[in-house]
Design a protein around this ligand. Structure first.
Ligand code: BGC
Ligand code: ZN
Ligand code: ZN
Length: 360
């Protein structure tokens, strides 16, 4: 079958006919999303990337929508599904209980990333256990459910950290809690929408003015945009944040300036991999962290309940934020045309939210 393959740690990718042995029900892939992690693998920057045992290549891709080709489990021929991308180590309790996002051994596998073939290919065979139903009503945006699943899990984790105090407002909502999301890629935009839909007061930032489609999103949803090209100091202490999420993968040196924007009892959530730099914390920065009871938490990978929550949110957003929902997919490229877009698999264009590859 036709597939997009990589050979980590080598750079590059190929569109190639390959043979892959796997078990489960047959699923025809309809589309894939391209994510920053795919690009890190293609650029040879992801040290954890490796091909599955017995193979010299790995099919790329962990964001996919497919059509079930035969009945299996609760699924019927013709159903739309999304496969879960991380699978357990088979040894630790978290993995055995369906939570490989907290794998204790680190021996989990991830489709198209680490030790398991990904979904950028004509067909996959998979167990119904790892399939999530896609509501046909959100066929166009459902690909966002994979990255959004990571964020549903992240927010659940943030709430669980904040279970240490009374974090709601007097009116029982989160409306008085200010969140800052750094970055306007798919993750930055989706995290902002998720926080907004949970009632937070949300500011999202990037080091440029917003693009037209981004402005439409911020207007419709009531999210505030901040151009951080001159740093964050103009946001000032008076406007300090209860939650900051780093979702830009930018240089690690921004960390001290982010810490200084946090209120008492706040959380700094780190999502994605910072690509360069280092952060130097002074002893007074650390005293401040302690004095203010600030939590710093690493956020990664959603599992099946988070995929399901993501699908429900996408359905809801289609109705409350129709313009925003239409703006999320910035480009769809047929598989036979990908060679006409040099750099597609290497670099995000600045205005991109999500680029899809379609197989049909
Ligand atoms: C995926 C996550 C995964 C992470 C690390 C991200 O692109 O969306 O689910 O855990 O990469 O490999
Ligand atoms: Zn991803
Ligand atoms: Zn495990």
């Amino acid at each position: 079958m036709k597939a997009i393959i990589v050979r980590p740690p080598e750079k590059g990718f190929e569109k190639k006919d390959v043979q892959i042995q796997e078990e489960g029900i047959k699923i025809r892939i309809l589309e894939n999303g391209i994510c920053g992690t795919d690009r890190e693998i293609v650029n040879g920057q992801l040290f954890a990337a490796n091909a599955p045992g017995g193979y010299s290549f790995m099919a790329l891709g962990h964001e996919a929508i497919g059509e079930v080709m035969e009945d299996g489990g609760d699924f019927r021929k013709g159903d739309l599904v999304m496969p879960v991308n991380r699978r357990g180590c088979g040894k630790c309790l978290n993995c055995l209980l369906g939570r490989p996002d907290f794998c204790e051994t680190g021996e989990f596998v991830e489709a198209g990333i680490k030790g398991m073939h990904g979904f950028m290919r004509e067909y996959i065979y998979d167990s119904p256990e790892f399939l999530v139903r896609v509501p046909p009503d959100i066929r166009n945006t459902a690909i966002m459910a994979q990255p959004l699943s990571d964020l549903e899990k992240s927010l659940e984790e943030i709430f669980s950290v904040q279970g240490r105090l009374y974090w709601k407002c007097r009116d029982g909502t989160y409306g008085c809690r200010r969140a800052l999301v750094i970055g306007t890629g798919a993750i930055g935009i989706l995290f902002s929408l998720l926080l907004k839909s949970r009632g937070f007061d949300v500011t999202v930032s990037n080091i440029r003015d917003p693009a037209e489609h981004e402005t439409r999103i911020f207007e419709e949803t009531g999210i505030t945009y901040f151009n951080s090209s001159n740093g964050y100091s103009s946001l000032g202490n008076k406007d300090a944040f209860d939650l900051i999420v780093e979702a830009s993968g930018s240089d690690a040196s921004i960390l001290p300036s982010l810490l200084s924007l946090l209120k008492n009892n706040a959380v700094l959530g780190l999502f994605g991999f910072m690509r360069s730099g280092s952060a130097v914390l002074k002893n007074t920065d650390i005293q401040n962290l302690v004095y203010k009871s600030i939590s710093v938490v690493g956020l990664i990978n959603g599992q099946k309940p988070h995929f399901e929550a993501a699908m429900r949110n996408l359905v809801q957003w289609k109705h409350i934020w129709p313009e925003t929902s239409r703006s999320l997919i910035t480009r769809t490229i047929p598989i036979d045309k990908i060679d006409e877009f040099p750099g597609l698999m290497n670099k995000k264009t600045s205005w991109e939210i999500k680029t899809k590859i379609s197989w049909v």
